[in-house]
Design a protein around this ligand. Structure first.
Ligand SMILES: [Fe+2]
Length: 286
């Protein structure tokens, strides 16, 4: 059964959030929600996620899953806000433990933060099949951008996270801690081995001037036109391209706040004695 996909775009971070469902009144999954963060004031707000919640309520959907394709470095997850308002299980790849371990070290997090994934309601194994109401979805690891990247296939549609972008934008960077261009090449090849007409829903779009934002393309279009990994690009060529390109990219504006929230499944750090949560800024580390 093919799902219905409703997409939302957060312009501040160029991120897509998806609601995947069968029909009005059915179960649904929310993929990659965004909690707005104002860097200047340190305030969060629900402006990005409100249209998502309103849509779910208007369609009388039951949130069963709140999925993350990875621990994002460019926006905070609104998973806990959605869970609080609408229910659902917050889930992502079991390999989040590796990412948590890396960043627990980088941020010197409190001893009570255990990097075992227990902050999430459910850890998904590689190649696990799950149910969302009557929809079956296949989960598979697509490491490279991070070690815990996971794609979710609902019949003819795959939510590919940060692997491929629209063909004219290319592919995801591999220079964050734990990133690996060779792994990304193999992950993308796996995605591109699905039938030509398979729809690939992406996490981001950064359209060139004059082009409208585009949430999905197809396997055929990516194999023909993706500027980084069209058919015929070898693994070595891809790794070289990524290495050279990644060396020119600045860190995402929100990487430091995002990672600290997202490895906690969207929870804020524990409040200190004055009942305020704090984020850290490691100096000269990233
Ligand atoms: Fe990302």
């Amino acid at each position: 059964m093919n799902p219905i996909v409703k997409s939302f775009f957060d312009t501040a971070t160029a991120t897509f959030t998806y609601v995947v469902y069968e029909k009005e009144g059915s179960s649904c999954a929310v993929i990659d929600s965004v909690l707005h963060f104002d860097q200047r004031s340190g305030r969060t707000n629900s402006s990005s996620v409100e249209p998502v919640v309103a849509f779910i309520e208007s369609m009388k959907l039951r949130v069963e899953w709140i999925l993350e394709t990875h621990a994002h470095a460019d926006h905070l997850s609104a998973a806990q806000l959605i869970k609080k308002q609408l229910g659902g299980k917050v889930a992502m790849s079991q390999h989040i433990q590796k990412v948590q371990t890396t960043f627990k070290g980088i941020f010197n997090l409190e001893g009570s933060f255990i990097p075992n994934g227990s902050q999430f309601d459910y850890l998904i194994q590689d190649d696990e099949q799950l149910l969302c109401g009557d929809l079956i979805f296949q989960c598979f690891g697509v490491p490279g951008h991070t070690p815990a990247c996971m794609a979710y296939q609902f019949s003819d549609s795959i939510f590919v996270g940060d692997t491929l972008f629209p063909p004219d934008v290319g592919t995801a960077r591999c220079d964050f801690p734990g990133g690996d261009a060779s792994s990304l090449y193999r992950s993308i090849k796996r995605i591109l081995s699905f039938p030509d007409e398979t729809k690939l829903y992406m996490c981001h779009d950064y359209p060139p001037p004059g082009r409208k934002i585009q949430s999905f393309s197809t396997v055929a279009l990516q194999r023909k036109d993706n500027i980084h990994i069209y058919d015929g690009v070898s693994e070595d060529e891809f790794i070289n391209m990524r290495k050279n390109r990644d060396a020119t990219l600045e860190m995402p504006i929100l990487i430091l706040p995002s990672i600290q929230i997202n490895i906690r499944a969207g929870h804020f750090p524990p409040k200190e004695s004055n009942q305020v949560s704090y984020l850290k800024l490691p100096l000269n580390i990233l």
